[in-house]
Design a binder for this molecule. Sequence first.
Ligand SMILES: Cc1ncc(COP(=O)(O)O)c(C=O)c1O
Length: 421
Amino acid sequence: MGTARVVFDRWDGRYAARMTGVRSSAVRDLFAAASRPDVISLSGGMPDVRRVPAEAVLRATREVLEHQGATALQYGASEGRLQLRETIVGLMGESGVRLRVDDLIVTAGAQQGLDLLAKVFLDPGDTVICEGPTYVGALQAFSAYQPRIVHVPLDERGMDTDALEELLASVGPRGAKFIYTIPNFQNPAGVTMCPERRRRLIELAHEYDIPIVEDDPYGRLRFEGGHILPLRALDPDVIHLGTFSKIFAPGMRLGWMAAPRPILAKVLLAKQAADLCGSAFTQAVAEVYFTGTGWRRVLADLTGAYGERRDAMLSALDEHFPPEVTWTHPEGGFFVWVTLPSYLDTKSLLAEAVELGVTFVPGADFASDGSFRNCLRLAFCYEQPEQIVEGIRRIAEVIDDKLELYRAFAAAGAVPAGTRP
Ligand SMILES: Cc1ncc(COP(=O)(O)O)c(C=O)c1O
């Protein structure tokens, strides 16, 4: 696991230039601190796999080894096993997306999909349009291919399509390689793109002839409000990334990409170079796990638990956070996005929070240009409600200390060190 420690590197100067812009994610860097048993982790977006019954996975694994060992332990098709692709077609159908098995390939999580898309589409200097803030892992995957990443602001109704329109007018037709969006329960902002903006985004993408990449890991984790059709349901040109990480287990490393077939053909070539094929074994286990109805009960249980944790977090924020601070109200997914007064830097608050035994992710990690320094992401997916409440209380303590210091200095006509009014 990565650490923030800088070590002398005698191979420095020999790496490809493309690695210069690739930064480690704070979520990964925090893994060691956040893994201490006494630390309340409100940082990592880790699904609560403790609620996935080991017995069900064991049964599926045993069945695979007893009946399909010869194929499950062998290399498989690069596009993924047929039965799993049929399962995915069924899952997507339930979300309102009509697909055939040849419209999708299985990937090693949605993350591999992001990397493969970057590999297939991006040359150095190309423009990529992302929401601001956006998913750290996407920034990491894209930045290895040296694009210019431009952010479009978000609000409670998702990507601001008026701002997008302005940006597109300035870059012109085909002026960006793709528009990357996480429409449902966005990571990190927790917000969901409303149907009107979804339609507008698609219109604009067609007008400017720029593909949309829709990343939807959290769409089935809704605990409030009604289902909103994915972009791919409205437009077959949309490239859609899905994953089993949040509805089953991230340890399986299974996801998928649905895309127009010429794009899939290119992505498949890139995937063959990356890993020949995904793990036939975990695909076969997932096939068995998703046969029958047991997985639906597990998913309903997980979603119910996440909903309770969201409620615990929102009421703790109401109770403990000062009035200068605002936050989003997610209807599903894992994350709440918090905005502090502009003169506070959440990276410097993090060290103090870790001392108090709680972690979050500083906002600057979610943009390529260091914006959102006064923001932070809170994850409610992993800890129990009591821990979440205690974690919020501790973060509030850190923020209150800083605000008090600021108020005292401001009253004396000075500015405290480490703040940027
Ligand atoms: C928006 C988003 N995309 C992709 C991923 C990667 O998921 P996977 O485990 O499927 O690779 C995540 C994981 O947290 C995510 O939040």
